[in-house]
Design a protein around this ligand. Structure first.
Ligand SMILES: Cc1ncc(COP(=O)(O)O)c(C=O)c1O
Length: 388
């Protein structure tokens, strides 16, 4: 069951926090593996063995060069490109596939904009399960290779992500498969929390002042917030005064539109952006994302595709991190929020870079402008204009 029969709201995993209080300590967590499974007590898994391909505990880097450009003194990058399939989706999928196996499914499936499909296919390979992954036919070719290498049943669908999702919702009624982001969505959601846990632990067990996140369905954004709240509830960190900001591309920004209109109702849009990984026109967690943005005293920021590309380049050229376009959206979003004085110079700000660039490198292929020389010193000197 993924929605309440009575009110149709998403079903939430609940924990016995009282039993955990005082038992779960910072020291106990620190004894765990250097993966997301160090937070196992706060994840909804029961069996002994998780499906682990080494996800999580990705670096939190102080980004002084980029911070200087943006006018922020305490700026950090959470580099989730360094997960096994190069995006934060591995966090959510690790929990959902572990759960699928606990429930006795032999097949997992998902609707995806690309990254989720790669992660589901990789975890299915590790778990010896069958996988059916569905993506819009316009997904970047590099992303398809990154999915197909794990040999799932890869299905490309004529239509947008929202069409793919609708088809998968129908298939989920017919086949006894574990659809990671449909019938297993509550567990998928919980895995995303670990990004929030890690940020707090890596900051020395304290919550940041601001977190900036790219949003598609809005789920990751809400789960980072939930993760921080859980740590505070268990007294592992102090009170959470974190301002949560979500970012979207203007060509697919239904959550930002609602925030700007002061509404909690998201009006679906038809996505028209090259930032395909976050191009969801009808975001399932839009309402909850809006609530978090409001409750935390944060906000929502849209950026154009051109600004996103500039953001990708700025991140690579100041910090050496090649993110996909969703990362460019975050950096461009921080730039606008800082320039407007909404995020202040002294606030400790974490930008979540959630997916890696090399799979979608055609977006920035204009950077390739090599010096072309003949294999001799004269040619080198002439072309580069330097003395040899
Ligand atoms: C790279 C990347 N970042 C962020 C997101 C946003 O995830 P969510 O649907 O949880 O908002 C996605 C979603 O597909 C993604 O692929």
């Amino acid at each position: 069951m993924r929605v309440c029969d009575f009110c149709l709201s998403p079903v939430e995993v609940n924990y016995d926090y009282k039993a955990m209080a005082g038992v779960l300590s910072r020291e106990k967590i620190a004894e765990g593996p250097f993966t997301m499974w160090r937070y196992r007590s706060l994840l909804p898994v029961e069996g002994k063995e998780e499906i682990d391909i080494g996800t999580g505990f990705t670096p939190l880097l102080k980004a002084d060069n980029l911070g200087r450009e943006l006018g922020l003194d305490e700026f950090y990058i959470k580099n989730d490109c360094l997960n096994p399939t190069y995006s934060f989706k591995d966090r959510a999928v690790a929990v959902a596939v572990t759960k699928a196996r606990e429930f006795g499914f032999d097949t997992v499936a998902c609707a995806s904009t690309g990254n989720l499909a790669a992660s589901v296919a990789a975890h299915a390979a590790k778990a010896n399960m069958k996988a059916y992954v569905f993506v819009p036919a316009n997904v970047e070719p590099g992303k398809l290779v990154g999915v197909a290498i794990y040999k799932p049943n890869l299905v490309t669908v004529d239509g947008s992500y929202d069409d793919v999702n609708r088809l998968c919702a129908e298939l989920a009624q017919r086949y006894n498969w574990g659809f990671i982001n449909i019938n297993l969505r509550p567990y998928y959601a919980e895995g995303s929390k670990t990004l929030g846990f890690e940020v707090a632990e890596q900051l020395g067990w304290r919550p940041p002042d601001c977190v900036v996140v790219p949003a598609a369905s809005g789920l990751l954004f809400t789960r980072i917030w939930k993760g921080l709240q859980e740590l505070a509830m268990l007294k592992l960190i102090g009170p959470v005064n974190t301002h949560m900001y979500l970012t979207q591309a203007t060509g697919s920004s239904p959550i930002v539109n609602a925030f700007d209109a002061g509404s909690l109702h998201v009006h679906p849009v038809l996505p028209n952006t090259m930032v395909t990984s976050i191009a969801i026109g009808n975001p399932a967690d839009g309402y909850y994302a809006l609530m978090v943005a409001r409750q935390s005293g944060g906000g929502a920021q849209a950026v154009t595709d051109e600004e996103a590309i500039e953001g990708m380049k700025l991140l690579a050229q100041t910090e050496g991190i090649f993110a996909e376009a969703a990362g460019g959206v975050v950096i461009a979003g921080v730039k606008k929020l800082a320039a407007a004085g909404i995020i202040k110079r002294g606030q400790l700000t974490v930008a979540c870079i959630t997916g890696a660039g090399p799979r979608t490198q055609e977006i920035v292929s204009d950077v390739v402008r090599p010096f072309h020389v003949k294999p001799n010193l004269e040619s080198f000197s002439e072309v580069l204009g330097v003395q040899v």
